[in-house]
Ligand binder design. Sequence first.
Ligand SMILES: Nc1nc2c(c(=O)[nH]1)N[C@H]1C(S)=C(S)[C@@H](COP(=O)(O)OP(=O)(O)OC[C@H]3O[C@@H](n4cnc5c(N)ncnc54)[C@H](O)[C@@H]3O)O[C@H]1N2
Ligand code: MOO
Length: 394
Amino acid sequence: MPKLLPVAEAQSRLLALARPLPVERVALAEAAGRWAATDITALRTQPYADLSAMDGYAIRFGDLPGPWRVIGESAAGRAFAGEAGPGDAVRIFTGAPLPTGTDTVLVQEEARREGDRVSLDGEGPAHLGRNVRRRGLDFSEGDPLVRAGDRLTPAALALLGTAGHGTVAVSRKVRVALAATGDELVPPGAPIGEAQLPETNRLMLAAQLAGLPVELIDLGILPDRQDALEAAFRAVDADLLVTSGGASVGDHDLVQPALKAVGATIDFWRVALRPGKPMMAGRLGETLVLGLPGNPVSAFVTTLLFVRPVVAALSGAGDPMPRTRPAVLGEPLPASGDRSDYLRAEQRDGRVFATTIQDSSMLRTLARATCLIVRARGAPPAQIGDSVEILDVA
Ligand SMILES: Nc1nc2c(c(=O)[nH]1)N[C@H]1C(S)=C(S)[C@@H](COP(=O)(O)OP(=O)(O)OC[C@H]3O[C@@H](n4cnc5c(N)ncnc54)[C@H](O)[C@@H]3O)O[C@H]1N2
Ligand code: MOO
């Protein structure tokens, strides 16, 4: 059997196949979870002027301890038009511009108002400029805010909107065709014979892709017949084709033969990974193809390690790979073998515990897992308290 490809090498070979898709301009509200296609700078300065951070009275710091004469009001969207002189105060609200001649805000909890007179009732502002947000505190026009390849998080979208943008350039959504293969499979909830199995990889994968910029194309459940697979593959119109099942070496594992028959090139097959070894990557014309193993846990893990990163790369992500983070082991682990292990695990009381049985068909333990413990090929046994790398499954 050919040597198994190390996971990191398989991932970088796959990402090398994935060029970002053409760019489109969309409204900010359509851009959540996508990646910026260009560097973006601020079109305006924020705040546009010195603004009050509190409700109270705009004063001159030098006039402390007061009292003051209230000469008007400044509210957000309705600035005070006049100018404040010595001894003058302007009633002011959060977000309102500081009137000319004032430099500090006395919060209303420390002020006593009687008619047009206001006096200090507390300690008062500790320094000049207290409770004032200076013009440009957040950013100034022309400041770089987002770089090409950055994720458009909820906060990044709010930042761009505040910076004067209504739209953003992003790669168009990735059209992902999903196919399950297997004569034994029936849709979940459908009447089922004893030798049949509910088909759940497509719905699990679709849920794992939620939050990514994808348009799913459902190719349904394909039978273990090469002619049927070929017909389905020939008709695919997608950026990415993801199949599950039929990836191994059995007589009914026909995905690769069918792909080859319709002209696909196979870039790699079989990765030093448990679960997920029979994972395959290739290209069918303009369509990237990922053949995932049918075992549900193998399909889940290869989706985390390959499908999601490739969707991110096609979407223009600067950093498409999932990040591991350290955790403290709550029980010993044996040495790992010739494949990297991705062990279903739970975090409890600040420690991480691997599930006892790691069979790649078992969904109950997968559903309980909060993370996967990543164990490199050939890793020595690990002890309680050792630091291990984990990958969040959500
Ligand atoms: N002689 C060998 N046999 C196997 C090897 C090997 O190297 N030599 N590798 C094993 C490994 S590792 C894996 S993983 C599996 C995966 O193989 P396939 O991709 O061909 O998977 P299938 O045989 O199609 O299915 C495996 C299992 O999963 C069930 N299944 C399939 N699709 C779905 C679905 N969409 N939803 C729910 N369940 C699904 C299927 O009924 C099987 O029980 O091969 C090993 N064998
Ligand atoms: O690699 Mo398979 O996915 O071990 O069961």
